[in-house]
Ligand binder design. Structure first.
Ligand code: COA
Length: 170
């Protein structure tokens, strides 16, 4: 298995910044809280679909609830900061959900694409066949990103301004 607890991958952004990719774990609470603080109000809304001046403790608890299998997150770390993360959260029933965010000052440099590619590779390793992501209708960056993945992608408007993206591998 490639995406295990010792997985590390180095990438270099066009800006010359070195970034390490690794799985996140329960001990990354502070990193995740700081990452949230660096998201603009718009990115927070696009990611969590709620107006969130602060990250509620219950959200942070959910973000660090990671078993590396059914609930899995890959983080992109530059220096001591988490600049982006992508996760799979398995639901009680139905397909697991994908979430992704990159802090605003690091967007548009390929971090989101690399994170999502690796997340889907990790998902395939763990036998996930189908995943869903909820994206706001006007969120072109996320829509384009999900559509550009290797997995078969179908979009279903939910009638409330969001689009459910289904990604199928098999
Ligand atoms: C969506 C998001 C994760 C993309 O991360 P990113 O690091 O900026 O993305 P990348 O630089 O890797 O770009 C990947 C692709 O996304 C698309 N994309 C990124 N920014 C875009 C923009 N402003 N307009 C249109 N497409 C865009 C492009 O297809 C791009 O591929 P390309 O560079 O080959 O054209 C980031 O914008 C973000 O964190 N948004 C807020 C949270 C969110 O919307 N999450 C999704 C819901 S779970």
């Amino acid at each position: 298995m490639r995406f295990h607890v010792g997985y590390r991958e180095e990438i270099v952004l066009d800006s010359g910044t070195s970034v390490t990719l690794r799985l996140l774990h329960a001990g990354d609470r502070r990193l995740l809280a700081e990452e949230f603080d660096e998201l603009s109000p718009q990115s927070r809304y696009q990611r969590f679909m709620a107006v969130l001046p602060k990250l509620p403790a219950s959200y942070l608890d959910a973000l660090v609830s990671l078993d590396g299998e059914r609930n899995l997150a890959i983080g992109a770390i530059a220096g001591e900061r988490l600049i982006g993360s992508a996760r799979i959260s398995a639901l009680e029933s139905g397909p697991a959900e994908v979430g992704i965010e990159v802090i605003d000052r690091c967007q548009g440099q390929g971090v989101g694409r690399t994170l999502l590619i690796r997340l889907l590779e990790a998902a395939a390793e763990r036998g996930f066949c189908s995943l869903i992501a909820l994206v706001l209708r006007g969120n072109r960056a996320a829509l384009e990103l999900f559509r550009s993945m290797d997995w078969r992608c179908s979009l279903v408007p939910d009638g409330c301004g969001a689009i459910e993206i289904e990604l199928r591998r098999c």
